[in-house]
Design a protein around this ligand. Structure first.
Ligand SMILES: CC(C)(COP(=O)(O)OP(=O)(O)OC[C@H]1O[C@@H](n2cnc3c(N)ncnc32)[C@H](O)[C@@H]1OP(=O)(O)O)[C@@H](O)C(=O)NCCC(=O)NCCS
Length: 169
């Protein structure tokens, strides 16, 4: 086999492997049996985490979109919660399991959330984020979110201001 052909086959194999890995992750609506895994990610991500019962109660509400990101062998690795009221949405929670952060999964999950919001007729999405949360702020800015306000002392443990961000879809 000549060198150009080998290089081309190797490149193709690398692209196939990447596509295969990307296809291993999917986003779907949350179900009751996902909630334990979601709570464990929530508890690692936030100092005042939502409890199991909160997620279970929200599952039945038509104004809330609960999404999970699932890996075909690792199981649930991320989730998001979006409130939708008429043309406004509020992104309440979004998290990826710590060991898989920084690989583009939060970006994929957020893209899905915003697509879901658009599909429900949402035109404006709001969210609150700790002002020290640089990864989240960068992620949201990349999706066109900008600061529209501040809630002083909004968060506990540690006490911190929330930035209110907004994006038009
Ligand atoms: C915010 C969060 C969901 C991002 O998930 P992720 O899978 O790491 O995100 P991605 O890999 O898609 O990165 C998206 C962007 O975030 C930013 N980012 C990610 N990790 C970062 C870090 N450690 N420091 C600074 N910026 C970072 C970058 O801008 C990155 O884009 P780039 O890779 O092109 O530079 C994740 O950090 C998380 O679960 N945090 C805890 C929960 C949380 O704070 N949620 C948001 C508040 S509701």
């Amino acid at each position: 086999m000549g060198a150009p052909l080998r290089a081309s086959l190797e490149r193709r194999a690398r692209l196939d492997a990447l596509a295969d890995e990307a296809a291993a992750f999917g986003v779907r609506p949350m179900r009751a049996e996902d909630v334990d895994a979601v709570v464990s990610i929530e508890t690692e991500a936030f100092t005042s985490p939502w409890q199991r019962g909160t997620f279970l109660e929200l599952l039945g509400r038509s104004t809330v979109e609960l999404l999970v990101m699932e890996h075909r062998s690792l199981g649930i690795i991320g989730y998001a919660v979006l409130w939708c009221v008429l043309d406004q949405g509020e992104l309440a929670n979004l998290a990826i399991v710590p060991s898989l952060r920084g690989q583009g999964l939060g970006t994929r999950l957020l893209a899905h959330v915003l697509e879901t919001a658009r599909g429900r007729g949402v035109e404006t999405v709001y969210l609150e984020v700790r002002e020290s949360n640089a990864p989240a702020l960068q992620l949201y800015e990349r999706f066109g979110f900008s600061q529209v306000g501040v809630r002083r002392g909004y968060y506990d443990r540690p006490k911190e201001d929330a930035r209110i961000l907004m994006a038009r879809l």
